[in-house]
Design a protein around this ligand. Sequence first.
Ligand SMILES: Cc1ncc(COP(=O)(O)O)c(C=O)c1O
Length: 405
Amino acid sequence: MSLDVKAIRAQFPILQRKLDGKPLVYLDNAATTQKPQAVLDAIMSFYTTTNANVHRGAHALSDEATRLYENARNDVATFINANRREEVIWTAGTTEAINLVAKGLAQQLKAGDEVVVTEMEHHANLVTWQQACKVSGATLCVAPINNRGELDLDAYCGLLNEKTKLVAFPHVSNALGTVNPVKVMTARAKAVGAWVSVDGAQGIAHGGVDVQDIGCDFYAFSGHKLFGPTGTGVLWGRADVLETWPVWLTGGEMIADVTYQDATWGSLPNRLEAGTPNIAGVIGLGAAVNWFSALDLDAVQAHEKRLLARAHEHAESLSDMRIIGTATDKVGVMSFMLGHAHPADVGFILDRQGVAIRTGDNCAQPLMKKLGIPGTARASFSLYNTLEEVDILFDALRKAQMMLA
Ligand SMILES: Cc1ncc(COP(=O)(O)O)c(C=O)c1O
């Protein structure tokens, strides 16, 4: 079945915007996605009719807010097929979720242990583990990629051994678009007894994610890349592991009993969620998950593949265009170089034509250094983009090519 893109676009007010009289062509979806009316309404409705703190008020509004807030947890748990709703921990985003994993495991990492990441990491999933290794004395091992930007699976497996404590990798690379074979990677890491933490920032919005099927221990993602609000995110973790973690933020909400001298901790998920949370954001994220999962996710994937195929077709006819990341299994992310032009100049010229893309190091400096480039221009497609918009992108790129020649 094909996706009714026109009907979907009508649900995103921002897509009706014009910039200098030109229709907005928003192709920066890997950075953040736009928000459908259902999400905007959920947030507005919360503040207009329900605003109250959760879990503490002895009044109707607080009960209502708590119900909406905890329903969002149920919806996310169902969406990713968590075993238990308590395994869904709210965070400010992927970065905070990964940092929470590092804090949770910090005391269990020691000199002699090994942590495996890949060459395609976003800084959030590299610097966090690099620093955790520095503090603990563990060794950071980096699994290489091939020249198409795919993980070298043999080399990855070669790094796994009885010293491997943790393996952390992206479900999908933000810079290259590569979809990693997460199930196989997880199974291999589990075979040597390692924990597996998946950076799902880019994986979450392209199809269904089933954390039990993947078999990992932790899966982190951001609400804003899934049509939800900024400042929201999820750490999903196996309850039996999360229960053993030390608390990381202390304060209200996360305690069981407090005296002047001591305190005991509440149970999951509260023990990892201190303080007043981003209530409206979480409710917005719940709305985003419900909006997204009501779509035909196979059709979403097929549509994104069509957009990428059209872009690759155009790219072949554009002399001097070099695509960075040509994995066989790829989402709608096209990083590229245009001749010797600096990506920032390409981005600037496109912006003048209403086309929004990302330029720069894609928060993956070591990867850019390995590839010997300063950064890339990156067009990233989402379910509301059209084939016509891909054509507009390439018209704009042809103009840029002429101007920069
Ligand atoms: C692969 C990947 N990991 C982690 C992050 C960090 O996400 P956030 O900034 O929402 O915490 C991003 C954001 O672009 C990403 O693409």
